[in-house]
Structure formats: structure tokens, C-alpha cells
Design a protein around this ligand. Structure first.
Ligand SMILES: [Zn+2]
Length: 232
């Protein structure tokens, strides 16, 4: 099972990163070797995160803090705070521009989590921040960060990831709703993950909810025991 197939609570996610993730965008500091982005493709999502046809994540920047009676959705997304320091948009923007201009050799490494439901999250995986642009959303300018999915075990070794291995966020959300947040075999709500009915290694697809279901860790072990029996 891949990390990206596990379902975790908000608490587990913040414990894993050892920090509050309320801002949703966290640029790497000296201690952490990677940045963090929280994404959502749910209907109630505050920002418009998407994937292009190459499987690259197009992540929308974040709004200014609400103050002074102006709705943040009416203002351009800011690079700087009112006191003149970089916002998280600004830090990611600078990293993307520095990579594009050759000022930095390696792109920023970014770990992405995706929201499945209120308090329910899944790891999307690691990405490289390769580009950024500013576009109008019809009312004001927003940032669009371009991130390429990568496989990374050790932080100095990054490989391209076959993106169709990853279960699309929209499929994860659909499966979660269809299976009502429970293991389809025993109704447990603990230690859940996304299971490929026909395993990916045997040609099973990740791209449709028909081949994906919720399983708990116990039922997953039983499934693997069964497969082993068939093989032996
Ligand atoms: Zn179960």
C-alpha cells in the first residue's frame, strides 16, 4: 500500500508534520526539507485547485487576510503582508521564479495533502514546484502554482512518478461518499485506506471509482492472505 492511499485524520496529519497546518500553505524552513500544501477539490473548496492533462497540480494561491471590511475574494492575492514581509504566496512565488530563471538549481520539493471530508485527509504525494503565473479569476488576480508529481524516498533522490498510479482527488472524494467513510467489508471506521479492487500491479486502474473501495487495515491483511494462498 502506498502512503497516498491511506486515509488520515486532521490530527494525524498535523502530528506527522509536527505543526498546525491552518494556513494551508507552508513554505519550508531550515528544519523541514520540504514545503507543504493542502489542496481540496470538494464542492465547498475555498480555492480552485486542479490538475492539467499531464497530471501536474495547478494550485491556487491564497487570499489576503480579511480586514478593513473588504472581502479577500475581491482583492488581488498578495505577495507581501501589510508589514512588508513575504506571504506564503510570496515565498512559493519567489522559489518558482528562481527555479525558472536558473537562480536555484533544484525546484522546491512540496508535500501535498488532499481534503476528502471535514477532518478527513489523504496524502497526495511529493511534487516539484516548477512554475507560477498570475491569472484573473474574473474579479481579481490569483496565483497559479504549477507542480509536477515525483517519487521521492530520500530527499536528494527524486524520480518522475507515473501519474496514473495516483488516485485522482475527485475519485477519492466519490469513493469516500459512496462507501460512507466505512470499510466496505466490516464497516470499521479505523485505519482506512483506498484499496484497488484489482491491484494496480495487475493492471487495475486508479482512474475510476469502480475499481477503488474503502478497506480497513484488518480486512486488507485478510485480502493479502487470500492472494498469497492462491499463489502458493
Ligand atoms: Zn474491514
Amino acid at each position: 500500500m502506498q502512503d497516498s492511499d491511506k486515509i488520515i485524520s486532521y490530527h494525524e496529519m498535523t502530528a506527522m508534520e509536527n505543526m498546525s497546518l491552518q494556513r494551508g500553505m507552508v513554505f519550508s524552513d531550515g528544519k523541514r526539507k520540504y514545503s507543504i500544501l493542502l489542496m481540496s477539490q470538494r464542492k465547498d473548496a475555498v480555492y480552485n485547485d486542479d490538475f492539467d492533462k499531464n497530471g501536474n497540480l495547478i494550485y491556487e494561491g491564497h487570499d489576503a487576510r480579511a480586514e478593513g471590511g473588504i472581502s479577500p475574494k475581491e482583492e488581488d492575492q498578495p505577495l507581501e503582508t501589510p508589514s512588508g514581509t513575504w506571504t506564503e504566496n510570496g515565498k512559493f512565488y519567489k522559489a518558482a521564479m528562481d527555479f525558472k530563471s536558473g537562480l536555484r538549481k533544484d525546484p522546491e520539493l512540496v508535500k501535498v495533502y488532499e481534503k476528502i471530508d471535514v477532518g478527513v485527509w489523504s496524502i497526495k504525494g511529493f511534487f516539484q514546484l516548477i512554475d507560477v503565473n498570475q491569472v484573473s479569476d474574473g474579479r481579481r488576480n490569483v496565483f497559479k502554482f504549477h507542480l509536477k508529481p515525483v517519487l521521492t524516498k530520500i530527499f536528494n533522490r527524486v524520480e518522475d512518478l507515473p501519474f496514473n498510479r495516483l488516485i485522482p482527488t475527485a475519485v477519492k472524494v466519490k469513493v469516500w461518499e459512496r462507501d460512507r467513510g466505512k470499510c466496505v467489508l466490516c464497516s470499521s471506521m479505523d485505519n482506512l485506506h483506498y484499496d484497488h479492487d484489482l491491484p494496480y500491479a495487475k493492471g487495475g486502474t486508479s482512474l475510476t471509482e469502480k475499481n477503488i473501495r474503502l478497506l480497513c487495515a484488518t480486512c486488507n491483511l485478510k485480502k493479502h492472505d487470500k492472494i498469497m494462498t492462491f499463489v502458493c
